[in-house]
Design a protein around this ligand. Structure first.
Ligand SMILES: [Zn+2]
Length: 488
């Protein structure tokens, strides 16, 4: 791993210190009961800000961060189903993927949940994958991170971010993570990287309930725990990977999940097509393209698959990646013949057409598909990017306005809007849109900076300038409030 990754915890520690002001101690007597202690330690808003800063850090510095809107769309759809089934999960959640073979998922402060590709690959059913996500969502909904700190006598807020960074670093470097933890923790009593055993039991219990309520197979949790336990036994270098390191699999834990699930009504869950498509995509993208092609060719030929649609999708994807555009187009026709419906199939078809030089056919397909699958961020991005590439910037702006209506909190849509305005030479509007992109990522100083540039751009009318001024005032007030909260 590059040096930047190794150095992250310290950088983050200081970043968090800047964000939140000097560490402070809370008098023992002010601690209320456990249920609300999390709010004393840090407000939900401050927790969100820490999470946002950690996510920004991962996005820009960790090469494993997966900038793949299709995988993110899938994880957010699956995660959203689970969040809705957990009545205590009241904040916004955001799921993202990490390109990492280690089986792991982790919750950051503020509702951000990272999911390693290794976990997606190990899960044979959607319910197995959902069981780990439901467990992580429970850590967030029960505010375990904040409550863990509240149990310490002296609570230092920046330490929370340092711990979060250490958790992340621990994905790849368990030793470094504990070193970073010791550094962050110097002088303080034992705070462990893992949650306490009580919190783990609570996350298992609530996670299982969530799984059942959301319509997944609750038996999958114990099945997946056993699978994890077996994977630990075969680990040749004796290291304990990812999730298992912070979640030791005990006989008691597995039995508990089994017994509780046995008391629930039997439920067969039909896995979504996108679960199989995402797994096929990850497989088609990994290793040599020619090998991926052979893998899917054999799977299709021997009918060795859970889903024929996904196997053919994987084959078309791998062929495209291998530069065999004609074969990919032929495979795409076979896939279309199966009549399956998914935004991922539309987007692959558009990519095959683009590779074949059929630009107007690709654009027409993207336009139709974005109307048909309005929930797909990936299709919206691709549609807009293609309009931009064709120089049809006014149409791109119209598509972006529609996308903003559907996904008002999507920073990337604002970033695409800024690009489009830049191409049109509209500087005020460009920096205004970029400012909104930063604001949505929780980067208020960056947002304020952009609005100041917008104001000085000199190409806005009176109405536009008043809009920028009003927004600037709002953001400055919001930023001042955060700084004040952090210092209080
Ligand atoms: Zn846990």
């Amino acid at each position: 791993m590059p040096l930047a990754v190794r150095r992250r915890p310290l950088a983050l520690f200081f970043l968090a210190a800047l964000l939140l002001g000097a560490p402070r101690a809370f008098p023992q007597s002010s601690l209320p009961d456990l249920g609300s202690v999390g709010d004393i330690v840090l407000s939900a808003q401050a927790e969100r800000r820490i999470g946002e800063s950690v996510v920004r850090d991962i996005r820009f510095r960790d090469p494993a961060y997966m900038d793949d809107p299709e995988v993110a769309d899938y994880l957010n759809k699956l995660g959203g189903q689970l969040v809705r089934a957990n009545p205590a999960a009241r904040q916004d959640f955001q799921f993202f993927a990490m390109h990492d073979p280690v089986v792991n998922a982790f919750a950051l402060p503020g509702g951000f949940v990272g999911v390693n590709t290794g976990l997606i690959n190990l899960a044979d059913t959607e319910s197995e994958l959902a069981s780990v996500l439901a467990h992580e969502i429970a850590h967030v909904s029960q505010r375990h991170i904040a409550r863990g700190f509240a149990q310490e006598q002296q609570m230092q807020l920046p330490m929370l971010a340092a711990i979060a960074a250490a958790v992340l670093l621990g994905r790849a470097h368990p030793d470094l993570a504990s070193g970073a933890l010791v550094a962050a923790q110097a002088g303080s009593a034992q705070v462990s990287l893992a949650y306490s055993r009580d919190f783990e039991r609570e996350a298992d219990r609530i996670g299982l309930q969530t799984l059942e309520t959301a319509g997944f197979d609750p038996r999958a949790m114990a099945v997946f725990f056993e699978k994890l336990q077996r994977s630990m036994r075969v680990s040749d270098d004796g290291s304990v990977p990812g999730w298992l390191r912070t979640h030791p699999m005990t006989v008691e834990r597995i039995a508990d999940a089994q017994n509780k699930a046995a008391a629930m009504p039997y439920r067969q869950h039909v896995d979504s097509l996108d679960f199989f498509l995402v797994r096929a995509k990850l497989r088609a993208e990994s290793g040599e393209a020619a090998r991926a092609v052979r893998h899917f060719q054999a799977a299709v030929k021997d009918q060795r698959y859970e889903s024929e649609v996904a196997a053919r999708y994987g084959l078309a994807f791998a062929l495209l990646r291998a530069g065999k555009t004609k074969d990919a187009a032929a495979e795409m026709a076979q896939l279309r013949g199966l009549g399956a419906s998914s935004a991922m199939i539309e987007l692959l078809d558009a990519r095959v057409k683009l590779a074949a030089g059929e630009r107007s056919a690709a654009l027409a397909l993207l336009e139709k598909a974005s109307d048909r699958f309005p929930e797909s961020h990936a299709l919206a991005y691709a549609h807009v990017s293609e309009l931009q590439a064709e120089g049809r910037n006014d149409e791109a702006l119209a598509a972006l306005r529609e996308a903003q209506r559907l996904h008002p909190r999507d920073a990337h849509i604002y970033a695409l809007q800024a690009q489009t305005y830049a191409a049109l030479g509209k500087r005020l509007l460009q920096h205004q849109a970029q400012g909104e992109a930063y604001a949505l990522q929780g980067n208020l100083p960056g947002a304020i900076d952009q609005l100041q540039i917008a104001r000085a751009a000199g190409d806005g009318d009176f109405y536009q300038l008043s809009m920028v001024d009003a927004r600037l005032k709002e953001l400055r007030a919001q930023h001042a409030e955060e700084v004040r909260d952090a210092k209080r």
